[in-house]
Design a protein around this ligand. Structure first.
Ligand SMILES: NC(=O)c1ccc[n+]([C@@H]2O[C@H](COP(=O)([O-])OP(=O)(O)OC[C@H]3O[C@@H](n4cnc5c(N)ncnc54)[C@H](O)[C@@H]3O)[C@@H](O)[C@H]2O)c1
Length: 331
């Protein structure tokens, strides 16, 4: 019998195909046995490319195939119901971000995972980006001295977002805060510690019902102050993280090689090369190894719920400010 972990993917769109490629890169420990998508052409495309069985109905697929674990790669409105299907069958779950559309659903997700005792991981994939892990090590070794400030910007021009589910509050739960700021907030927690306070300003430029740009100000429990900004409107694309300490600074720029550079007081900028798997290959490998070995994943349902709770606080803060009429629609 093949000892490898049997995987199925639900949702065969953009990130579903990314997960399929990532599992294929880990074919020594897992095999993709099936996929499901309500859109037959999406499931057929994954079947053709990866040689797995294709279904339109996720529950039927789980009952027929009985995978060990699934990736949930559907839009946010189905993350909770899909996890419920898996929990009823005792199947492990890697669920894409955002965990859910809002805080009440996130609390239901935590209760579901705890009561069913399934292995669950939330796809906050930036923790698995090699340069992010190298940066964390530099910070934890104290090489930047005391960390004072955190900056992060994920921004790009999202062509055609008006026609996608990303801007439908019923499906997405909100706008760019739920789409990209969940990653940013998790990066803040991973690199400089738990968030104590967050406030936000949001704006909407496109003809949509949700926010398409946002700026957040944060403070950590250890008094690191942070600024997160994100936009679907502003070209060119930018994906950067900067950490400023009393003895030096580091910067991650996802668009340049190597991504990570640091500069200590009186010195020059030092590039830090990274040669390892991409973040999705590393994330899925960690998930499969946890399923195989019965270990708790590094990114838990509580981490996903914490990001949603912080987004909820950001919306509440933005709503208190004048001119943020879109924030109510987004919730
Ligand atoms: N980790 C990341 O960096 C990252 C990047 C992109 C997207 N995502 C997340 O992944 C999820 C999917 O995003 P995407 O960009 O792949 O969207 P997408 O629209 O490209 O794909 C979603 C797919 O899910 C299918 N689907 C919808 N409802 C379904 C259901 N009930 N049963 C089965 N299939 C269903 C759709 O037909 C579609 O093929 C979202 O939660 C998104 O936020 C994460």
């Amino acid at each position: 019998m093949d000892p490898r972990t049997r995987i199925a993917i639900i949702g065969c769109g953009g990130i579903g195909h990314t997960h399929a490629r990532a599992y294929a890169a880990n074919s020594d420990v897992c095999q993709l046995v099936a996929c499901a998508d309500v859109a037959p052409q999406a499931a057929d495309s994954m079947e053709r490319e990866f040689g797995c069985a294709a279904y339109q109905d996720a529950a039927a697929m789980l009952d027929d195939v009985r995978p060990d674990a699934i990736s949930i790669c559907t839009p946010p409105s189905s993350h909770l119901p899909m996890t419920q299907l898996a929990a009823e069958r005792g199947i492990a779950v890697l669920c894409e971000k955002p965990l859910t559309r809002n805080l009440p659903e996130a609390q239901q997700m935590v209760e579901l995972v705890q009561s069913s005792d399934i292995l669950f991981m939330n796809g906050l994939c930036h923790r698995f980006h090699g340069p992010v892990q190298q940066a964390r090590q530099i910070i934890q070794e104290g090489r930047l001295g005391r960390v004072i400030q955190f900056q992060n910007r994920f921004a790009f021009r999202f062509q055609g977002v008006e026609q996608r589910w990303f801007t439908d509050p019923e499906i997405a739960g909100g706008g760019i805060l739920l789409d990209t700021a969940v990653h940013s907030l998790d990066l803040f927690r991973f690199l400089v510690g738990e968030v104590a306070t967050v406030c936000a300003q949001i704006s909407t430029t496109l003809p949509i019902q949700v926010e398409d740009s946002a700026t957040l100000l944060l403070r950590s429990v250890d008094n690191v102050i942070g600024e997160i900004s994100c936009s679907w409107v502003t070209p060119p694309g930018e994906a950067i993280v900067r950490i400023y300490g009393t003895d030096g600074t580091l910067g991650i720029d996802y668009s340049r090689e190597p991504n990570l550079r640091y500069c200590l007081a009186g010195g020059d900028w030092v590039p830090v090369p990274f040669e390892g798997p991409d973040r999705f290959a590393a994330e899925t490998r960690h998930f499969v190894e946890c399923v195989r070995d019965g270990r708790q994943p590094q990114v838990t349902v509580q981490d996903g719920a914490r990001a949603i709770a912080l987004i909820d606080q950001a919306y509440a803060s933005a709503t208190r400010e004048s001119g943020n009429q879109f924030s109510e629609a987004a919730r």
